[in-house]
Design a protein around this ligand. Structure first.
Ligand SMILES: [Zn+2]
Ligand SMILES: [Zn+2]
Length: 331
């Protein structure tokens, strides 16, 4: 099923024609639970990885204090919660988990207490994007797929996963790694549910601080009266996406500069929710009446990754060379 973002409630380029040349496309990925294979674009799915290439391990320092969960335990917990919530009707506020479900959740919590953060910090497969599926994704010449992995532990400076990108030519991978390694433990909610993608191109406009002087003041004046619709509904799409513009609502803008001196460009957004109550961005296909039972995962949160307190991880790359390391911002 395709996913279609509803038309923006206000045509900002009709109100402010000077903004029209700043329009930029982005590709919303629209992840939804599914069973992708190595030849599919996915989030939390299997990567097309050569069997003779070492699987990466995080080289960064880790703090072994804090709350850790085991990935296998977390998967089982989500299965139990999914079954338990599925029994509860939307308007029934009584919690009616079955006794055996409660017992299983307690058993899983106990297992997590024994999670050992000293285990090797193997990287975790997070996303695989074939360029043919994602119109706003441009890779090094000859490559046709991007793979994103991360170490699901907190790292400086944002207390967020450490990311790694791999660009590949899929035809080069003839002998595919059969069993994908993964870390035993992680922090917080850094385990993506396995999702297939329904990419859709949308139009975005710059974060207001980057609008040309004059236009910015006039637009902000209109926006204050309109209830800040520009930020929430008209400029930057919510959810996991590739390309387009980055938001700076947590820290205010700061330069993303590569070690080579170049200003970096947004590659993708990893979001904690697809629309987070901001239903303007909810695809029309997801707008029908919800089941009378609670859905888990919810339609708005299919991936169940949480960055910080529900923020996004914005991944930037260098326009000079794909070899230069990516950087991230948390907003
Ligand atoms: Zn790490
Ligand atoms: Zn660079």
């Amino acid at each position: 099923m395709t996913r279609t973002t509803p038309p923006r409630p206000v045509d900002i380029a009709a109100l402010f024609p000077e903004i029209a040349p700043l329009a930029r496309t982005a590709t919303r990925l629209h992840p939804r639970p599914g069973s992708p294979g190595v030849h599919d674009s996915s989030i939390g799915g299997p990567l097309l990885w050569p069997s003779d290439e070492p699987w990466p391990v995080c080289e960064q320092q880790h703090d072994n204090y804090g709350d850790f969960v085991r990935l296998d335990v977390e998967r089982q917990r989500r299965r139990v919660l999914s079954a338990a919530w599925g029994r509860i009707r939307r308007d029934d506020h009584r919690s009616d988990f079955l006794p055996e479900q409660r017992a299983e959740l307690q058993r899983l919590d106990k297992l997590d207490e024994k999670a050992d953060p000293g285990t090797p910090t193997t990287m975790l497969a997070v996303a695989q994007l074939y360029l043919k599926d994602v119109p706003d994704l441009v890779g090094p010449p000859g490559t046709d797929v991007l793979q994103l992995l991360w170490c699901p532990r907190d790292h400086d400076p944002h207390c967020a996963p450490e990311i790694m990108l791999r660009w590949r030519r899929s035809a080069d991978v003839t002998d595919v790694l059969a069993e994908q390694p993964e870390p035993e433990v992680m922090e917080y909610e850094y385990l993506p549910n396995t999702c297939v993608l329904h990419p859709e191109q949308v139009t975005e406009y710059p974060y207001a601080d980057f609008l040309p002087p004059g236009l910015r003041e006039r637009l902000e004046e209109w926006d204050a009266a309109a209830g800040h619709r520009y930020f929430y509904e008209l400029s930057i799409a919510t959810g996991w996406k590739v390309g387009g513009y980055s938001a700076w609502n947590l820290t205010d803008p700061y330069p993303m500069v590569c070690d080579c001196g170049a200003d970096m460009e947004l590659l993708m957004r990893v979001d904690s929710s697809e629309w987070d109550g901001n239903e303007s961005w909810r695809p029309v296909e997801d707008s029908g009446p919800e089941s009378e039972f609670h859905e888990h995962p919810s339609r708005s949160d299919p991936v169940e990754v949480v960055i910080g307190r529900g923020y996004s991880l914005w991944i930037f790359i260098c326009p000079v060379s794909f070899e230069h390391p990516p950087q991230t911002s948390m907003q």
